[in-house]
Ligand binder design. Structure first.
Ligand SMILES: *[C@@H]1O[C@H](CO)[C@@H](O)[C@H](O)[C@H]1NC(C)=O
Ligand SMILES: *[C@@H]1O[C@H](CO)[C@@H](O)[C@H](O)[C@H]1NC(C)=O
Ligand SMILES: *[C@@H]1O[C@H](CO)[C@@H](O)[C@H](O)[C@H]1NC(C)=O
Ligand SMILES: *[C@@H]1O[C@H](CO)[C@@H](O)[C@H](O)[C@H]1NC(C)=O
Ligand SMILES: *[C@@H]1O[C@H](CO)[C@@H](O)[C@H](O)[C@H]1NC(C)=O
Ligand SMILES: *[C@@H]1O[C@H](CO)[C@@H](O)[C@H](O)[C@H]1NC(C)=O
Length: 528
């Protein structure tokens, strides 16, 4: 807003405005303090009308846990009381799980908060509930802000520094693609950004058989971008309806899953239903699901020899996620159950390694199991599988170094513990310079390059390079892992893919890599 005013008058107005503002703020602070005094009386924390004062200063005991890059197990947290402790997500009540999630939300310092006074004060959830921190101190200026943190939700929003996102359906264009964002929305409705974690992924309808096994383990929001060029539109809609209406597990799908559709402008479906009408006609549930016994050969994409725009899908799903934390993954990778709750608890504990300055993501170890095996539910079971050869590290038989994870042998040997923690802080350098980690990150992480296709391979490498140059730390989680849909991959000769991979390498070397050097810079040891 630009207004033209004589300078003197402008200064006068500004001063006047400042004065009014400060009066208003004073009134607000007083009101705020009053309301807390009354709340304090009402709820009766130890019967005292007190304010919550957090201990200041860096926890030196915690800092001392860092020895080189190795993380020693953190000291056991103080016992949590009911009012602020993280309530577990109900495993079978999907509606309840969504409702329970808000209370589980927890804080991670964003990069600019780390090291600041705020970050130094994040005691995590457990210490705050200790009555010892509620003192009878008299009120001074700083206390209103600290007292505010007594409300876990307010505190989390402040600490995560995230904002809540719209959950509206939209028709958008993204490069050469039409995007139907939030085309079929999850019943959980609008979410607070600090409330849960979103699993973001991409697929065509032939992969939708993975959705229920994924949701049964994840039990939290899923944002999925469906590639639906040409005639793939209708079977995709039918598959979504089938999943939402026809199965005993359908409540999980309805509660948690939001579908976005996208297709190239050159391969637009003949008819696209309005968002408000897409679910109007129900699917005939006696028919088999559209993804039953279909191969990728059935797809419009295959008939027209289109490439799968994997990174367009990844970015659409990520951008539409409502939560601060996101797990950008591939739909065939199933996380271990209980991960969301444990991760948020870990963030809330705010151990010393979470207060480091460098940006970070939290990679999960990835495994494959035999086709006839069930998917292991926890690390102890996984270790049993590894011992008997029923499970192997992901892509061991295809491209070991693409998924070579720092300290993976030590990870596999280490016994499961009750809590989730960071096992090791690694970098994408040296032997791990081609690592394509899958991790819990945030909206702040670099996007995937949309010029790369699934067929051309290396589709996550350029993002990996950006993370390396930006000096990201990879905080590998100790008890968290992904298991691929059962079936161990073996190297298959595919001449078309080999040719496309060659072209992709050229594209990366000649065009994308020089661009990345300009956009992100260079750093010793970082390669695409
Ligand atoms: C989960 O479902 C089972 C059987 O449907 C029921 O016995 C149990 O109480 C449920 N648990 C919760 C936490 O809802
Ligand atoms: C706080 O005040 C209450 C009553 O106002 C008193 O009983 C209690 O001992 C005080 N606690 C401390 C730590 O001073
Ligand atoms: C649903 O499909 C079955 C099997 O094809 C058919 O017999 C039945 O009439 C259909 N029902 C409706 C309401 O269309
Ligand atoms: C799957 O489809 C193939 C042909 O596409 C057919 O021969 C086979 O019987 C089908 N399997 C089942 C279980 O329907
Ligand atoms: C599972 O498959 C493996 C080979 O992939 C085989 O050796 C094993 O006997 C099978 N187990 C069962 C229970 O069918
Ligand atoms: C790991 O667990 C196994 C079985 O519970 C136990 O025998 C072993 O001593 C544990 N190892 C360590 C290092 O705690």
């Amino acid at each position: 807003m630009v207004r033209f005013e004589p300078l003197g008058q402008k200064m006068f107005t500004r001063r006047n405005w400042l004065l009014r503002c400060s009066i208003l703020i004073n009134i607000l602070v007083i009101l705020y303090i009053c309301s807390h005094v009354m709340i304090g009386n009402g709820t009766g924390f130890n019967g005292s009308n007190t304010f919550f004062i957090q201990e200041r200063g860096v926890d030196t005991a915690n800092s001392a846990q860092l020895i080189g890059d190795k993380i020693q197990p953190p000291p056991p947290p103080p016992p949590a009381s009911n009012d602020l402790s993280l309530s577990p997500l109900s495993p079978n009540d999907s509606g309840g799980a969504a409702a329970a999630a808000p209370a589980t939300a927890a804080a991670a310092p964003t990069q600019n908060q780390v090291g600041s006074a705020v970050a130094g004060n994040i005691g995590g959830v457990a210490p705050i509930v200790e009555s010892a921190v509620y003192t009878n101190n008299t009120v001074n200026d700083g206390d209103a802000a600290v007292a505010e943190e007594k409300d876990p939700e307010v505190r989390l929003e402040t600490l995560l520094n995230c904002y809540d996102r719209d959950f509206k359906p939209e028709v958008l264009q993204r490069g050469d693609f039409w995007v139907l964002k939030n085309y079929v929305r999850a019943d959980h409705g609008p979410l607070k950004c600090s409330e849960s974690i979103t699993y973001t992924t991409h697929a065509d309808y032939t992969f939708l058989d993975n959705l229920i096994p994924l949701l049964e383990r994840w039990n939290a929001p899923v944002s999925i971008a469906m590639h639906t060029p040409g005639t793939d539109y209708q079977p995709t809609i039918d598959a979504i309806k089938y999943l939402r209406e026809c199965l005993p597990e359908s409540p999980l799908v309805r509660t948690f899953t939001t579908f976005h559709l996208y297709f190239s402008t050159k391969h637009i479906p003949k008819q696209v239903a309005k968002q408000s009408e897409v679910l109007k006609t129900p699917y005939n549930c006696t028919l088999p699901p559209p993804y039953f016994n279909v191969s990728s050969g059935h797809l419009y994409k295959s008939q027209k020899k289109l490439l799968y725009p994997v990174n367009v899908g990844r970015n659409i799903a990520r951008d539409a996620a409502l939560t601060h934390f996101i797990l950008a993954s591939d739909i065939e990778l199933y996380p271990n159950p209980g991960l969301v709750k444990k991760f948020l608890e870990m963030i809330a504990r705010n151990d010393a390694y979470l207060q480091r300055k460098a940006p970070r993501v939290f990679p999960l170890s990835i495994f494959e199991v035999e086709a006839n095996a069930t998917v292991p539910r926890d690390k102890t079971e996984l270790q049993e599988y590894l011992r008997t050869g029923k499970a192997i590290p992901f892509h061991k038989r295809v491209c070991a170094s693409c998924h070579g994870v720092p300290q993976s042998k030590e990870w596999m040997a280490a016994n499961e513990t009750d809590e989730l923690s960071v096992f090791h802080i690694g970098k994408r350098t040296g032997y791990f310079r081609h690592w394509e980690p899958i991790y819990i990150g945030t909206h702040a992480d670099p996007h995937y390059d949309e010029r790369l296709s699934w067929e051309g391979k290396s589709d996550k490498m350029t993002q990996g390079y950006a993370l390396c140059v930006l000096d990201y730390e990879f905080h590998i989680l100790d008890n968290a892992f992904l298991v691929h849909k059962p079936g161990i991959k073996v190297l298959q000769k595919d001449n078309r893919r080999a040719m496309l991979a060659g072209k992709t390498n050229q594209l990366i070397r000649k065009i994308i890599y020089p661009e990345l050097k300009i956009m992100y810079g260079v750093r010793q040891g970082c390669v695409v």
